[in-house]
Write a protein that binds this ligand. Structure first.
Ligand SMILES: [Zn+2]
Length: 148
């Protein structure tokens, strides 16, 4: 007699949905949308500036409620180049994602690198946020970061 066999199939679903991002992320997105300003929160205990802003510091668990403008310029820490198309990507490949440390922040964000030769991207290069003309309150209100 044959043992029971469990079959596993892999598939994909695209499931549109909406959710509340909470008060901290709402303020972050509203600043991007209305003022083209990238804001972080400063931990009163370890003094790190967190971007994206967080209500509680992940290192010391202190409540964080001081807001600071971290500026629109930063340094590229790392990057990867996307070659394969996917319906979830915000741009058509090939394009690059960068890990960026904004000048006024102690944490990094990941965003699209644009206006750049994909063969000439280097960690350490200076970058600046380029905002969309029409913004709607999301991280993609920053269209990309361009080299300085
Ligand atoms: Zn802290």
């Amino acid at each position: 007699m044959k043992e029971e066999e469990a079959v596993t199939l892999s598939t994909r679903i695209l499931l549109p949905f909406s959710y509340s991002v909470g008060l901290t992320a709402s303020r972050f997105f509203i600043e991007l949308r209305d003022n083209k300003r990238i804001m972080g929160t400063k931990c009163p205990k370890c003094v790190r500036v967190l971007v994206p802003p967080r209500r509680y510091c992940g290192e010391c668990l202190a409540e964080v409620d001081e807001w600071v403008d971290v500026g629109d310029k930063g340094t590229l820490v790392a990057y990867t180049i996307m070659h394969k198309a996917s319906p979830n990507l915000p741009k058509k490949p090939p394009f690059a994602y960068g890990v960026i440390k904004l000048d006024g922040a102690d944490t990094n964000i990941v965003h699209i690198l644009g206006e750049v030769d994909l063969n000439k991207i280097n960690p350490g290069m200076r970058v600046q946020a380029v905002f969309k003309d029409k913004r709607e309150g999301s991280i993609l209100d920053i269209d990309h970061f361009k080299p300085l």
